[in-house]
Design a protein. Sequence first.
Length: 203
Amino acid sequence: MIAESFERFAGVCAILTGLTGFLYSVAFIVIARNTPRLGNLLSGLFLMLGGLLTTAVLIAIYNRLREKEAAFALWAVLLGLVGAVGSALHGGYDLANAIHVPETVPANLPSQVDPRGLLTFGVAGIGLFVVAWLMVRSGGFPKGLGYLGYVLAVLLLVLYLGRLIVLNAASPLIVGPALLTGFIVNPAWYIWLGITLWREQSA
């Protein structure tokens, strides 16, 4: 009964994660162009909230996947949790800087806790790829959700490599994957996951 209640809770968290991910993209890509300080403040807030919400989602995924692939499921959720906590810390770092803008720190200095999205995109992408693989082979989730997870994982890794190598956020190599990830694939995956967790436990 407790596990079922937690999965319903995690389902709500997953839906909220999808929404906060979408709002983060709006703030980071749209609002920041016209009002940089407000965009930075909102994007930091939504990134932090999304990371915290994701932790509950990952525990629910692990609880379901561990029955067939315990070791891989544990590895995947550990990577995912590191990525989620890194995302929350990165968001908190950005939020703190947006509220009280530093006078001596360069604007393009990488986050000290998540340089160029190493945890938010890189580690989280690897963890999600393993989760998607387990979803496809375990039968505990819709296979389509697993395949969409593959797409999201690859996009996250592309974003990390793009921010690490290209650096220029206006480059098409970053803007294209960022738009696809933030406005479509990431919200779709988390909302679908949330509906799946909620419906199956309600049923």
